[in-house]
Design a protein around this ligand. Structure first.
Ligand SMILES: *Cc1c(COP(=O)(O)O)cnc(C)c1O
Length: 842
C-alpha cells in the first residue's frame, strides 16, 4: 500500500459530475468542444462534434469502469483473459450508448444542440482490427463477458492500420490503407506507466545461482517496449465495465545513444522506426497462413506483454505466481496467441525460478484453446530456423515440453512410432516446422471447436491423435453473437416491436424471443413485421445507391451473401445461380421470375488471386445483368465495397435471404448466419457449421437446405470426383459455364475468367458442380415461397423467435461454467467522491 495520501476533494465534488440528464450531457458536449477539441462552433466541423460527444460519453463510462477496477482490485476475483490477435469491434459510440442505457437521452440532447445523432455516429472510423468472423467473435465475447458481470480483459494488438479499405475499380478489388487513427481515438486511454519490455532474437546462456542451481538467461538481440492502450467495455445495463487492453510497440529508448554519439543520428532513429513497425499493420490473411517473420514477432509481442501484465496485476493483488492459475483463466482465440504456453513457462521458470513441474501444472491449468478451422492450409506452423532466430529460449522450452509429452505418448501407445511423428510439436516430415496447434493442445486443459459439427470433425480428423490421447480435453462451445449490437443497435425498429410485444428481457436472455412464436399467427403482427423489414430494406437500398450508384428496389427480394471471399465459401456458386436465372430469362424459359436483388460484400486477401477474380466475376455479371433491358429490372447484382461492421449493421437487418452456402465440412461455425436469422432473414444453406444448429432450432420447414453433407463430401472425394462429367450431362449448367467461358461477361475476353472455369471443370475442390442442381432447385423453392408473402412473414418471425440459442451470452455462460470456472462479480456503482478518496490502492 502507498504511504502517500492526498487530501479529500472539496465540497464541489459532492455531486457526480458525469450526469446523464440532457442538461448534463449538453454541458459536457460544449465543455469538450471547448476544452478537448479547442474549437467553437464557427470553426468546428462534424468531426469535432463527434469527438466532443465521444469524450462526453467516455466520461460516462468512467465511474463504472473505475468502480469495477476498485472492486476487482480489492477482492481479486478469478479473471478471464481473452487473448486474441484480432478484435473487430465496430464503432464504439452507438454500442456504448445502448449499454449505458442513455441512447435516447443523448439523442435528445444532441437534437437540442441542433445536430443529428445518426450523422454524428457516421463520423466514427471503425477500428477494423480484424479480418472477419474470428475477430468479430472476440468483440461479441467481450461484450457478453461484461454483461454477464465476469471480470475479464480482452488482450490484443493496437494495429496502427487495421484491415485494408476496399474499393472497386473496373470490377477489381483495390486495397487502400485504413488510417483509422487519423483523427485520434477518443475511446482509449494510454497507460505509459504500465509499459513492459519484450525481448527478441539473440541467444541463451546457462548460469548457476548462489545455491548452485542451473538456470537459463536469454540475451536478446533487441528489446521493444509494449505500451497498453485501454478502452472501456461496458456491460449492458450493469455497472461492470471491463478493459480491452491493446498493445502498441515502441522503441525502448527514444534513441540508441551509442549510435547517436557515434554521429549516426538517422541510424538511431531508424531503430526506433523498426520497433514501431511491429504493430504497424494487421495481416490481411483469410484461412491461409504465410510464415512471415513480422507476424511471429507480433504474436509473441502481444502475448508477452499480456502475460507480464497479468503477473504484475497478480503480484499487485498481493499474490505469488504459484497461485496464478487460481486467479486467471486464459483463452487462446485460435493459435495466434499459442506461444503463450511457452512464454508463461519461461516467465515462471527463468524469471520466477519456479521448478519445471510446478510451472507446467500452473500453465496447463491456466490455458484453454479454441480451434477455428478445418482447413489444413490455415493451421499455423513456423519454419524452425525462423522460430529459433526470433525466440531461441522458447524453442528450447518447446523441445523440453515435446520430450516430456512424447514420452507420455510412448507410454500410452507403445511401439506406435508413426503416432509420435504425427503428434510431435515439431513437424519433421520435410523442412522442419513448429506446429502451433500442437503446442496449444498440449498446453491447454480444454480444447473446443465452435459448432457441434466442427467439434466432431476435430475429433475425427484435424486433431484426431490428440483426441485419442486426451478425449477428456475436448468439448464444443457453439459460437454466438451479441444481441446488443446485432439487434438493439442495428435494428431499432425490430427492437421496438419485439420489446412492445414481449418486454425487454430478451435483450440479455435471448431465448425469451420464443415468446414471439404465437404472434406469427397474428396477421396484424405480421404486417408490422413486414413493414419493419421493408423500412430496413429502404435504408439498405440507400446505402447501396450511395456506395455503388446502382438503384435497387426494396420491393425485390434482397438475397444477401456477405462474408470474406473464399473458394470454400463458394460465392461463385451464387454467381452460377444468377447466370442460370439470367439465361432462363434470355432464352424465354421462364415467363415470370421473382424480382431479386443479389447483394454481395466481402474482402479478398490481397494475395489470394482466385478470390479477387471472384469479385471481378460478380461485378462483371452485375454489369451485364443490371444493364440488360430484356431483364426488365427483374435481376440486380451489386457488390457493396468495403464490407465491415458498420455496413453489417445495415445489411443484416435488411436481408430477406441469407446465403450460407459453404461446402459442408469447411465452415467451422459462421456467425453471420446467426445475425441474419435473429433479424428475420431466412437461410438457404448447407449442412455446415452452425447452419445445422440453426436449422435444428428454427425447424426444417423454415430453412432452405441443399447440398451434400460432410460425410457425403468425404465419400465423393474418396471415390474420385469428376466435375466435368456433371458439366457434360447437365445442359443448363453447361450453358451457364459456357457463357462465362466464351467471354460473354468479359467482352469476348476468354482469358480473364479462365482460371475459375478451368478450376471448376478439372478440379472443383469445393464441389460447386456436385451441389449445383440441388442449389438451383432449392432456390426455385425459395422464389415460390417468397411469392407467398404471408408464409414468408410467418417463417421470418419463427426464424427470429427461435434464434435465442445464438446469443454470445449463451456461449460465454458455457465457457464460464465448463472451461474457465469463473463467476459473476456484481459491481456496485460507487459515488465519484468515494472513488476520488480511495487512497492506498495501487
Ligand atoms: C459477422 C461478420 C463476419 C463473419 O461472417 P461469416 O458469414 O460468419 O463468415 C465477417 N465480417 C464482418 C464484418 C462481420 O460482421
Amino acid at each position: 500500500m502507498h504511504e502517500r495520501r492526498i487530501n479529500p476533494p472539496p465540497v464541489i465534488f459532492e455531486d457526480d459530475r458525469t450526469s446523464v440528464t440532457t442538461e448534463g450531457l449538453k454541458r459536457a458536449f460544449y465543455d469538450h468542444l471547448f476544452y478537448t477539441q479547442g474549437k467553437f462552433p464557427e470553426i468546428a466541423g462534424l468531426g469535432d462534434y463527434y469527438q466532443a460527444l465521444a469524450h462526453a460519453v467516455r466520461d460516462r463510462t468512467l465511474q463504472r469502469w473505475i468502480s469495477s477496477v476498485a472492486d476487482h482490485t480489492a477482492t481479486a476475483p478469478k479473471t478471464v483473459a481473452y487473448l486474441s490477435a484480432e478484435f473487430l469491434m465496430g464503432p464504439h459510440m452507438g454500442n456504448n450508448l445502448i449499454n449505458l442505457g442513455i441512447y435516447d437521452t443523448v439523442k435528445k440532447a444532441v437534437q437540442e444542440i441542433g445536430l443529428d445523432l445518426n450523422e454524428l455516429l457516421r463520423q466514427e472510423e471503425e477500428p477494423g482490427l480484424g479480418n472477419g468472423g474470428l475477430g468479430r467473435l472476440a468483440a461479441c465475447f467481450i461484450d457478453s463477458l461484461a454483461t454477464a458481470e465476469i471480470p475479464a480483459f480482452g488482450y490484443g494488438i493496437r494495429y496502427e492500420y487495421g484491415i485494408f479499405y476496399q474499393t472497386i475499380m473496373d470490377g477489381w478489388q483495390v486495397e487502400n490503407t485504413d488510417k483509422w487513427l487519423r483523427h485520434g481515438n477518443p475511446w482509449e486511454i494510454q497507460r505509459a506507466e504500465w509499459a513492459v519490455e519484450v525481448k527478441l532474437g539473440g541467444h541463451t546462456e546457462q548460469y548457476q545461482d548462489d545455491l548452485g542451481r542451473l538456470h537459463v538467461r536469454w540475451a536478446p538481440e533487441k528489446t521493444v517496449a509494449g505500451v497498453p492502450f485501454d478502452s472501456p467495455i461496458v456491460g449492458y445495463k450493469v455497472t461492470t465495465t471491463n478493459t480491452l487492453r491493446l498493445w502498441r510497440a515502441e522503441a525502448t529508448e527514444a534513441f540508441d545513444f551509442s549510435q547517436f554519439n557515434r554521429g549516426d543520428y538517422l541510424g538511431a532513429v531508424d531503430k526506433k522506426v523498426t520497433s514501431e513497425n511491429l504493430t504497424k499493420a494487421l495481416y490481411p490473411n483469410d484461412e491461409t497462413v504465410q510464415g512471415k517473420e513480422l507476424r511471429l514477432e507480433q504474436q509473441y509481442f502481444f502475448v508477452s506483454c499480456s502475460l507480464q501484465d497479468m503477473l504484475r496485476i497478480h503480484k499487485a493483488r498481493g499474490m505469488e505466481p504459484d497461485t496464478f492459475d487460481q486467479k486467471f483463466a486464459i483463452q487462446l482465440n485460435d493459435t495466434h496467441p499459442a506461444i503463450a504456453v511457452a512464454e508463461l513457462m519461461r516467465l515462471l521458470i527463468d524469471d520466477n525460478m519456479m521448478p519445471w513441474d510446478q510451472a507446467w501444472g500452473i500453465t496447463t491449468r491456466t490455458f484453454s484453446y479454441t480451434n477455428h478451422t478445418l482447413l489444413p492450409e490455415a493451421l499455423e506452423r513456423w519454419p524452425l530456423d525462423l522460430f529459433k532466430r526470433i525466440l531461441p529460449r522458447h524453442l528450447e522450452i518447446i523441445y523440453e515440453i515435446n520430450a516430456r509429452f512424447l514420452n507420455d505418448v510412448r507410454i500410452k501407445f507403445l511401439g506406435d512410432d508413426s503416432r509420435l511423428a504425427r503428434l510431435s510439436l515439431i513437424d519433421e516430415s520435410g523442412e522442419r516446422y513448429v506446429r502451433m496447434a500442437h503446442l496449444a493442445c498440449v498446453g491447454s486443459h480444454t480444447i473446443n471447436g465452435v459448432a457441434e459439427l466442427h467439434s466432431e470433425l476435430l475429433k475425427q480428423d484435424v486433431l484426431k491423435d490428440f483426441y485419442e490421447m486426451w478425449p477428456e480435453k475436448f468439448t464444443n462451445v457453439t459460437n454466438g453473437v451479441t444481441p446488443r449490437r446485432w439487434m438493439v443497435l442495428s435494428n431499432p425498429r425490430l427492437t421496438k416491436l419485439v420489446s412492445e410485444t414481449i418486454g425487454e428481457g430478451w435483450i440479455t436472455d435471448l431465448p425469451q424471443l420464443s415468446k414471439l412464436e404465437p404472434h406469427a399467427e397474428d396477421s396484424a403482427f405480421r404486417d408490422s413485421w413486414r413493414a419493419i423489414k421493408r423500412a430496413n430494406k429502404v435504408d439498405l437500398a440507400a446505402l447501396i445507391l450511395r456506395r455503388t450508384g446502382v438503384a435497387v428496389s426494396p420491393d425485390s427480394m434482397f438475397d444477401v451473401l456477405v462474408k470474406r471471399i473464399h473458394e470454400y465459401k463458394r460465392q461463385h456458386l451464387a454467381v452460377l445461380h444468377i447466370i442460370t436465372l439470367y439465361h432462363r430469362l434470355k432464352s424465354g424459359r421462364s415467363a415470370y421470375t421473382l424480382p431479386r436483388t443479389f447483394i454481395f460484400g466481402g474482402k479478398a486477401a490481397p494475395g489470394y488471386t482466385m478470390a479477387k477474380l471472384m469479385i471481378k466475376l460478380i461485378n462483371a455479371v452485375g454489369d451485364v445483368v443490371n444493364n440488360d433491358r430484356d431483364v426488365h429490372d427483374l435481376l440486380k447484382v451489386v457488390f457493396l465495397p468495403n464490407f465491415n461492421v458498420t455496413y453489417g449493421q445495415c445489411v443484416y437487418p435488411g436481408a430477406d435471404l441469407s446465403e450460407q452456402i459453404s461446402l459442408a465440412g469447411k465452415e467451422a461455425s459462421g456467425t453471420g448466419n446467426m445475425k441474419f436469422a435473429m433479424n428475420g432473414a431466412l437461410t438457404i444453406g448447407t449442412m455446415d457449421g452452425a447452419n445445422i444448429e440453426i436449422r435444428d432450432q428454427v425447424k426444417a420447414e423454415n430453412f432452405f437446405l441443399f447440398g451434400h453433407t460432410a460425410s457425403e463430401v468425404h465419400d465423393i472425394k474418396a471415390s474420385g470426383y469428376r466435375p466435368r462429367d456433371i458439366y457434360e450431362v447437365n445442359a443448363e449448367l453447361r450453358a451457364v459455364v459456357d457463357l462465362i467461358q466464351t467471354g460473354f461477361f468479359s467482352r469476348g475476353d476468354t482469358d480473364v475468367f479462365k482460371p475459375i472455369v478451368d478450376n471448376l471443370l478439372d478440379h472443383d475442390p469445393y464441389l460447386l458442380l456436385a451441389d449445383y442442381q440441388s442449389y438451383i432447385d432449392c432456390q426455385d423453392v425459395v422464389s415460390d415461397t417468397y411469392r407467398e408473402a404471408d408464409t414468408w412473414a410467418r417463417m421470418s418471425i419463427l426464424n427470429s423467435a427461435r434464434s435465442g440459442k445464438f446469443s454470445s451470452d449463451r456461449s460465454i455462460a458455457e465457457y464460464a461454467k465448463n472451461i474457465w470456472k469463473v463467476e459473476a462479480v456484481p459491481i456496485t456503482l460507487k459515488p465519484e467522491k468515494e472513488l476520488y478518496m480511495r487512497n492506498g490502492i495501487r
